[in-house]
Design a protein around this ligand. Sequence first.
Ligand code: XLS
Ligand code: NI
Ligand code: NI
Length: 442
Amino acid sequence: MSVAIGAQTLFSAIPQIQYEGPQSDNPLAFRWYDAQRVVAGKPMKEWLRFAGAYWHSFNGSGADPFGEPTHLFPWDTEADPIARARAKMDAAFEFLTKLGLPYYCFHDVDVVDYTNDVADNERRLQTMVAYAKEKQQETGIKLLWGTANLFSHRRYMNGAATNPDFHVLAHGGAQVKAAIDATIALGGENYVFWGGREGYMTLLNTDMKREQEHFARFLHTAKDYARRNGFTGTFFIEPKPMEPTKHQYDYDAATVIGFLRQYDLLDDFKLNLEVNHATLAGHTFQHELQVAADAGLLGSIDANRGDYQNGWDTDQFPNNLYELTESMLVILEAGGLQGGGINFDAKIRRNSTDAQDLFHAHIGGMDLFARALVAADAILEKSDYRQIRRQRYASFDGGPGQAFEQGQLSLEDLRDFAAQNGEPAVVSGRQEYLENLINRFI
Ligand code: XLS
Ligand code: NI
Ligand code: NI
């Protein structure tokens, strides 16, 4: 991104992004996302609750393991950390406002640079929270969730809550306390734990059971603190199977649900599911959504996509309408997200260096979700999609099938039914018909 000249800001050349409809050829307009349009009984805006991710959009420098930064932000020329953080926040709120994003999300360290001093960090964050409060009031933009970055600092190389050294764990606690305070002060609606390095690199030096117990204790301690201090929102755990550790404890939705149940955290925690993390776990995103929805824990989404040709968290902006329509089917049938929204945990590529690129990326993502929402609603309302699935299980709706579901049949009863009724009829699962259905409505 080019450096601002004079009074100009990074985004001053970009207009307010408006809905212009599918016929528009303006790349800086929405073609599908029409915030107030009612779909399935609610405005799109409420179904989707989009958020901008501070870390990718305003800290992501484009640097990679092979090369230096390519995204040169104007605020980085400010020497004073608070002045730098304010200039960055000005740009962030200008961006969110121009896109009409109702929410944002941040880690503590995204907002202001961190030092090794706990008290100094708290002061810096409080200063920026006061500034963010003004910005929120001016713009009406709200905090979808806050979180603490417990993975970048070198002290966390062996984890934070699961670190073998209590001293390191305590530093994690200090950061989480400050991040929870910030979230409460800003009226944040949720608080996220992504277990950055909560996992292991080799079992040879790891007491996995003890680490997981520490993790659960840490979550309880943080949750109790937040509740005591008036936080009424939901805590989310964000599953990811690997990277940066070889094995992350929050592997996937099913693993996290088991963990929450085992350690008595189900009353306060739900899931924040990320598309690329599902891919890394060897699942489709739809699968992860369905697992969470079935457990009543579908809280929030980190929107992005991976690259099917490689195995890491590339965090690209979403652009696959077919897959997203399948995902929106799950979300719509679940009645929406519980407390959360759609956070663009995605970054423009290293070689996308214009201010406009960040807008194109988000416009594309927002349009895609809006379009998938419309398509999924049409599939549910105008096709035989639901009926086909219901029909597949009709043998359990009455008679011995129902008795089985109700726990009234023994294994001998099953045996007798099989013996008396011969071979079951061959019934098609109609997969291709259903796949065509998705394509018909998108
Ligand atoms: C990294 C995670 C991270 C979380 C927030 O892979 O997706 O960005 O969303 O800590
Ligand atoms: Ni994420
Ligand atoms: Ni990720």
